[in-house]
Design a protein around this ligand. Structure first.
Ligand SMILES: [Zn+2]
Length: 175
Protein backbone atom coordinates (compact mmCIF):
# COMPACT_ATOMS: atom_id res chain seq x y z
CA UNK A 1 0.00 0.00 0.00
CA UNK A 2 1.30 3.45 -0.90
CA UNK A 3 0.26 6.56 0.94
CA UNK A 4 1.43 10.12 1.21
CA UNK A 5 2.87 11.21 4.54
CA UNK A 6 2.11 14.86 3.88
CA UNK A 7 -1.23 15.85 5.49
CA UNK A 8 -3.75 16.12 2.69
CA UNK A 9 -1.27 14.50 0.30
CA UNK A 10 1.22 16.03 -2.11
CA UNK A 11 -0.10 14.17 -5.14
CA UNK A 12 2.90 11.81 -5.40
CA UNK A 13 0.84 8.67 -4.97
CA UNK A 14 -1.50 9.70 -7.74
CA UNK A 15 1.42 10.39 -10.06
CA UNK A 16 2.99 7.05 -9.21
CA UNK A 17 -0.32 5.30 -9.92
CA UNK A 18 -0.57 7.01 -13.29
CA UNK A 19 2.93 5.90 -14.29
CA UNK A 20 3.27 2.67 -12.34
CA UNK A 21 5.00 0.63 -15.10
CA UNK A 22 7.64 3.37 -15.53
CA UNK A 23 8.16 3.64 -11.81
CA UNK A 24 8.61 -0.13 -11.42
CA UNK A 25 10.94 -0.24 -14.40
CA UNK A 26 13.15 2.48 -12.97
CA UNK A 27 13.11 0.76 -9.59
CA UNK A 28 14.15 -2.50 -11.22
CA UNK A 29 17.03 -0.77 -12.99
CA UNK A 30 18.14 0.74 -9.71
CA UNK A 31 18.21 -2.51 -7.74
CA UNK A 32 19.67 -4.57 -10.59
CA UNK A 33 22.57 -2.31 -11.43
CA UNK A 34 23.70 -0.94 -8.10
CA UNK A 35 27.36 -1.15 -7.17
CA UNK A 36 26.71 -2.87 -3.86
CA UNK A 37 26.52 -6.67 -3.60
CA UNK A 38 23.19 -8.31 -4.55
CA UNK A 39 23.00 -9.91 -1.12
CA UNK A 40 23.09 -6.51 0.55
CA UNK A 41 21.94 -2.93 -0.11
CA UNK A 42 23.16 0.63 0.17
CA UNK A 43 21.96 4.24 0.06
CA UNK A 44 22.05 4.22 -3.73
CA UNK A 45 19.45 1.45 -3.98
CA UNK A 46 17.22 0.38 -1.09
CA UNK A 47 18.41 2.17 2.01
CA UNK A 48 17.06 5.45 3.26
CA UNK A 49 17.28 6.92 6.70
CA UNK A 50 13.68 6.00 7.41
CA UNK A 51 14.21 2.26 6.94
CA UNK A 52 17.38 2.21 9.00
CA UNK A 53 15.98 -0.44 11.33
CA UNK A 54 15.80 -2.90 8.44
CA UNK A 55 19.04 -2.08 6.63
CA UNK A 56 20.64 -5.41 7.45
CA UNK A 57 17.67 -7.29 6.02
CA UNK A 58 17.42 -5.36 2.77
CA UNK A 59 18.90 -7.31 -0.13
CA UNK A 60 18.73 -5.72 -3.53
CA UNK A 61 19.02 -9.08 -5.36
CA UNK A 62 15.74 -10.23 -3.81
CA UNK A 63 14.10 -6.92 -4.67
CA UNK A 64 15.33 -7.29 -8.26
CA UNK A 65 13.85 -10.80 -8.46
CA UNK A 66 10.48 -9.65 -7.21
CA UNK A 67 10.34 -6.61 -9.48
CA UNK A 68 11.65 -8.63 -12.41
CA UNK A 69 8.88 -11.20 -12.02
CA UNK A 70 6.28 -8.49 -11.58
CA UNK A 71 7.40 -6.88 -14.83
CA UNK A 72 7.95 -10.16 -16.66
CA UNK A 73 11.69 -9.41 -16.98
CA UNK A 74 13.29 -12.31 -15.20
CA UNK A 75 16.50 -12.01 -17.21
CA UNK A 76 18.73 -10.17 -14.74
CA UNK A 77 20.69 -8.38 -17.42
CA UNK A 78 20.45 -4.63 -17.59
CA UNK A 79 18.01 -3.45 -20.25
CA UNK A 80 19.77 -3.07 -23.56
CA UNK A 81 22.76 -5.15 -22.43
CA UNK A 82 25.43 -5.91 -24.96
CA UNK A 83 24.96 -9.34 -26.51
CA UNK A 84 28.02 -11.18 -27.72
CA UNK A 85 28.21 -14.36 -29.75
CA UNK A 86 31.23 -16.66 -29.43
CA UNK A 87 31.95 -16.02 -33.09
CA UNK A 88 32.27 -12.28 -32.34
CA UNK A 89 35.13 -12.84 -29.91
CA UNK A 90 38.43 -11.54 -31.24
CA UNK A 91 41.69 -10.59 -29.52
CA UNK A 92 40.90 -6.89 -29.36
CA UNK A 93 37.46 -7.40 -27.85
CA UNK A 94 36.95 -5.52 -24.61
CA UNK A 95 33.61 -5.14 -22.92
CA UNK A 96 33.08 -2.11 -20.75
CA UNK A 97 29.82 -3.16 -19.15
CA UNK A 98 27.82 -6.27 -18.39
CA UNK A 99 27.04 -8.41 -21.38
CA UNK A 100 25.26 -11.57 -22.44
CA UNK A 101 26.67 -14.43 -24.46
CA UNK A 102 24.21 -15.92 -26.95
CA UNK A 103 25.53 -19.45 -26.44
CA UNK A 104 25.21 -19.26 -22.64
CA UNK A 105 21.61 -18.28 -21.95
CA UNK A 106 20.82 -17.39 -18.37
CA UNK A 107 24.28 -16.04 -17.57
CA UNK A 108 25.22 -12.39 -17.32
CA UNK A 109 28.89 -11.58 -17.66
CA UNK A 110 30.97 -8.83 -16.20
CA UNK A 111 34.05 -7.67 -18.10
CA UNK A 112 37.35 -8.43 -16.40
CA UNK A 113 40.86 -7.10 -16.72
CA UNK A 114 43.01 -9.76 -18.35
CA UNK A 115 45.89 -11.41 -16.58
CA UNK A 116 44.78 -12.68 -13.21
CA UNK A 117 43.46 -16.13 -13.95
CA UNK A 118 43.47 -17.27 -10.35
CA UNK A 119 40.85 -14.67 -9.45
CA UNK A 120 38.34 -16.55 -11.56
CA UNK A 121 39.22 -20.15 -10.82
CA UNK A 122 36.07 -22.23 -10.57
CA UNK A 123 33.88 -19.47 -11.98
CA UNK A 124 31.94 -19.56 -15.24
CA UNK A 125 33.84 -17.38 -17.68
CA UNK A 126 33.99 -16.31 -21.29
CA UNK A 127 37.56 -16.92 -22.40
CA UNK A 128 39.59 -17.10 -25.57
CA UNK A 129 42.77 -18.69 -26.84
CA UNK A 130 44.29 -18.36 -30.31
CA UNK A 131 41.21 -16.68 -31.68
CA UNK A 132 38.85 -19.37 -30.38
CA UNK A 133 36.32 -18.68 -27.65
CA UNK A 134 34.29 -20.68 -25.17
CA UNK A 135 32.11 -20.41 -22.12
CA UNK A 136 32.64 -22.71 -19.16
CA UNK A 137 33.99 -23.16 -15.67
CA UNK A 138 37.65 -22.15 -15.41
CA UNK A 139 40.12 -24.72 -14.10
CA UNK A 140 43.79 -24.19 -13.36
CA UNK A 141 46.65 -26.63 -12.97
CA UNK A 142 49.55 -25.73 -10.73
CA UNK A 143 53.02 -27.01 -10.04
CA UNK A 144 55.72 -25.75 -7.68
CA UNK A 145 56.33 -22.76 -9.94
CA UNK A 146 52.76 -21.56 -10.15
CA UNK A 147 49.91 -21.92 -12.60
CA UNK A 148 51.01 -24.03 -15.54
CA UNK A 149 47.78 -25.03 -17.22
CA UNK A 150 44.35 -23.57 -17.72
CA UNK A 151 41.18 -24.41 -19.55
CA UNK A 152 37.44 -24.53 -19.33
CA UNK A 153 34.94 -27.21 -18.48
CA UNK A 154 33.22 -26.13 -21.60
CA UNK A 155 29.55 -25.39 -21.94
CA UNK A 156 29.83 -23.95 -25.41
CA UNK A 157 32.55 -23.17 -27.90
CA UNK A 158 35.94 -24.57 -28.78
CA UNK A 159 38.25 -26.48 -26.41
CA UNK A 160 40.67 -23.99 -24.83
CA UNK A 161 42.79 -26.25 -22.65
CA UNK A 162 46.52 -25.58 -22.67
CA UNK A 163 49.20 -23.48 -21.06
CA UNK A 164 48.05 -20.81 -18.64
CA UNK A 165 49.75 -18.07 -20.63
CA UNK A 166 47.67 -18.27 -23.75
CA UNK A 167 44.28 -18.18 -22.08
CA UNK A 168 42.53 -14.81 -21.82
CA UNK A 169 39.48 -14.39 -19.63
CA UNK A 170 37.16 -11.77 -21.14
CA UNK A 171 34.27 -11.90 -18.75
CA UNK A 172 33.06 -13.69 -15.64
CA UNK A 173 29.49 -14.74 -14.97
CA UNK A 174 27.79 -12.73 -12.26
CA UNK A 175 26.90 -14.97 -9.34
ZN1 LIG B 1 23.12 -0.56 -3.52
Amino acid sequence: MLYDTVPGGAGHVQRIAERLPDVLDRALGRVRNCECGPETSCYRCLRVFRNERYHEQLRRGVAADVLGRLLGKTDHAPAGALRISLSDVHPALTATRRFLVSEAPGEVFEPVASGQLDLYEGRVVLASRDGKAAVGRLWLRRDAHGIVGAGLQQRAGAPLDGEADGLAVIGVAVL
